[in-house]
Design a binder for this molecule. Structure first.
Ligand SMILES: Cc1ncc(C[n+]2csc(CCOP(=O)(O)OP(=O)(O)O)c2C)c(N)n1
Length: 287
């Protein structure tokens, strides 16, 4: 049974993060990967605010959890969620996002933002890096977990499955892959092109524990699922498959191929923010 107060707290944080992300998108002159940001933002909020042992104070602690945003095109979403956790100021993101020399590039860059565990953006690299980090943690006798957030389209990359095999072979119970299963790639729907189903079975066949979240945009379900993660001392890595909706929560974005990435003009932004307000009002009444 999940703690209602905690779920409500996380919902409010996710709502604020969505708001911040939309406002950033309204300010920025280029495009932001809003579709996949809005699909993963609820899970990301739960990871940073509830599940993972991370904070600015723990930055130098070798036992802190590690996080790799393998779907690096979702950097803007990660930045706003990390800002909420106190890693940096939201205003600094707004002032510098995407500019030459900024800490906040369109893809995460560890050289500019040393608190990151990896630079990402070229899909299919996060899980191999995470396997290495998890194996290294094991060798050193550390107990932290390594979390790797991927897009479902990203898992078309062969390197993901090579890493999955290795994670199983090395018995990395300290490794958690989280897949944002929004069923959309960049220009197509997954099942209309590459056909990923039966998706959970694929991970099981590679020797992984699987935890499925039927609705990965429902905070109740997200908390319940992530609270079930097995101990990091186990011998099997875990794949959390979050079934989400691309563009979730914004009427003109949901399941729209053209909203893989885009920018928000003044009218779009007003609609987006009012959609978020209405959804949050409904959630407050329901809990
Ligand atoms: C190796 C590589 N190939 C292509 C791209 C371009 N690209 C950026 S996002 C994307 C689609 C990814 O789909 P998915 O992983 O499902 O992400 P989401 O739908 O959650 O945004 C592609 C092909 C890339 N970043 N890296």
């Amino acid at each position: 049974m999940t703690d209602k107060k905690e779920v409500m707290r996380l919902q409010e944080l996710a709502y604020q993060a969505k708001y911040d992300l939309c406002k950033l998108c309204g300010l920025y002159s280029g495009s932001i990967h809003m579709g996949g940001d809005m699909s993963m933002i609820d899970v990301l909020t739960c990871l940073f605010q509830h599940t993972m042992r991370v904070s600015p104070e723990l930055a130098q602690n070798p036992e802190r959890d590690r996080f790799i945003l393998s779907k690096g095109h979702g950097a803007a979403c990660m930045y706003v969620v990390m800002a909420q956790k106190g890693f940096f100021e939201y205003q600094e993101i707004c002032d510098t996002y995407g500019k030459v020399g900024s800490k906040f590039g369109q893809h995460p860059c560890k050289t500019r933002l040393p608190m990151l565990d990896a630079s990402t953006g070229s899909l299919g690299h996060g899980l191999p890096i995470s396997v290495g980090l998890a194996a290294s943690g094991r060798q050193r006798g550390q107990t932290h977990r390594v979390f790797c957030m991927m897009g479902d389209g990203e898992t078309c990359e062969g390197s993901v499955w090579e890493a999955a095999m290795t994670g199983h072979a090395l018995g990395l119970g300290n490794l958690v892959a989280v897949v944002d299963r929004n069923r959309q790639l960049m220009t197509s729907f997954s099942e209309g092109s590459i056909k990923l189903d039966p998706y959970a079975d694929k991970w099981r066949a590679f020797g992984w524990n699987v935890i499925e979240i039927p609705d990965g945009n429902d905070m109740n379900q997200i908390v319940e699922a992530l609270d079930k993660l097995p101990a990091s001392s186990g011998s099997k890595p875990t794949a959390v498959i979050a079934n989400t909706v691309k563009g979730k929560g914004i009427s003109f974005m949901e399941r729209q191929i053209k909203w893989h990435a885009g920018s928000l003009n003044e009218t779009d932004l007003a609609i987006a923010l009012s959609d978020l307000d209405a959804a949050m009002e409904k959630q407050r009444k329901e809990l």
